[in-house]
Design a protein around this ligand. Structure first.
Ligand SMILES: [Zn+2]
Length: 94
């Protein structure tokens, strides 16, 4: 499965070269980019910082935005729902 593209970066290796910034889906979730020069993976902290500083994040990227439609936790009614018939019977008892 391909790692998601989370942004773009102006590749410093060549004029006019733009790379697609991706992040490994597994492991340490490091950034890298793919461009005309290949897959650039500056996996040490300085390289990672470079990408973070220079990349332009794609809007609506799933990594940093909270999921907009999270299903609300189900609230279960504590009282059992009474049927109309049993409600009538209970009313009679009072
Ligand atoms: Zn490049």
């Amino acid at each position: 499965m391909a790692n998601p593209t989370i942004g773009s970066i102006r590749c410093p290796l060549g004029d006019g070269c733009t790379g697609e910034v991706r992040q490994y889906a597994r492991g340490k979730r490091k950034y890298y980019w793919v461009c005309d020069h290949g897959m650039i993976t500056p996996n040490l902290p300085a390289g990672q910082a470079f990408i973070e500083k220079h990349m332009k994040a794609i809007e609506g990227q799933p990594e940093n935005t909270p999921a907009p439609e999270q299903p609300a936790p189900e609230t279960k009614p504590k009282a059992k729902k009474k049927s109309l018939l049993s409600a009538l019977w209970e009313d009679d008892d009072e």
